[in-house]
Design a protein around this ligand. Sequence first.
Ligand code: 25A
Ligand code: L14
Length: 342
Amino acid sequence: MSENQKKYNVAIAGATGAVGGAMLDVLKRRDFPINELRLLASERSVGKKLSFNGLEIKVQLLSKDAFEGIDIALFSAGASRSLDFAPAAAAAGAVVIDNSSAYRMDPEIPLVVPEVNPHAIAQHSTRGIIANPNCSTIQMLVALKPILDKVGIKRLVISTYQAVSGSGAKAIEELENQVKAYANGKEMKASVYPHQIAFNCLPQIDSFLDNGYTKEEMKMVNETRKIFEDDSIGITATTVRVPVYYGHSESVNIETKHKIAASEVKELLATAPGVKVVDDPANSKYPLATDCAGTFDTLVGRIREDESIENGINLWVVSDNILKGAALNAVQIAETFIADYK
Ligand code: 25A
Ligand code: L14
């Protein structure tokens, strides 16, 4: 960061949560040009101190008049808080970058993955809000974009293996408590999830819809089509919660419009922004949740042709759901915004 670079007043709504904490970390790691940093959360956390760059910052109450003088407001306090407070932040002159599902499918609000559709940020001027996509969608699209551009995509069949951190700090605690209870021969208690998550796989993320899919599954369908600006892509997803703390893993089966060899996909992905190819099966090297945790890359491996169809590719895509899936993507949107759209 150069001495005379413009600096911005930044607010974080939901600063004490799993994603809010990662936002603080990412702003620091990427040396984001900050003048004032304002931390906002619920009543429960008011007065609590968080440290940033050696400074202790007191958490203030998230309220409609908390955004005066703010240039950029990063929201991660759930959809209902975004609906209640994001319009007030925008009215106060801030650009809101919202991590919740509240505004993602609103046609007036851009839904952005900077490696995929940065141009959509221009639409921020309509409502003053930019939406951050669902974590599972973000990492998949980072891996798919080069393939989309090269040969087109007709259909996607996805299965996800999602970490508990996606549902926030309380879910991380729940998995830890269940593992401890099991080790001590005690009863495992479930409250965040409808069933025991330790030593289990739950084929439910978010609630069920009338079509038999979960909301999480339909987010992957609808958000992918919006970001790729193509409603004709066929997409079907099964999203599964697994007992992993950080890092979502995904099996992605792609039917392309034109033929592409696995070797060409590897070459394309080797230079794709945000992607790191980890694909050396002979030495048991492939993307792992434990390797992506805390890092900014989306790891892609198990790159191979689907021999059951004419034009098919399989990928295994892994990324830190709290970083690229939430906090990092939001900060990258802010970086692109100040560089090109302010
Ligand atoms: O609706 P959505 O969009 O689907 O999002 C739902 C949830 O997903 C997470 C986020 O959880 C959100 O609540 N999330 C959002 N975007 C995400 C993304 N892109 C995402 N997850 C993955 N990818 P979270 O845990 O990350 O963050 C929660 C934050 O929200 C703040 N918050 C909650 N209610 C609020 C509020 N802020 C303002 N007003 C409200 N009414 C919350 O702050 C947190 O920052 P907090 O201060 O209320 O809670 C943090 C502290 O409080 C303790 N605690 C939590 N619950 C209780 C509690 N203490 C006592 N009783 C409780 N019931 C925590 O331990 C912590 O210390
Ligand atoms: O829509 O529980 O961004 O893992 C993503 C994580 C909803 C909850 C979103 C989870 C959230 C989800």
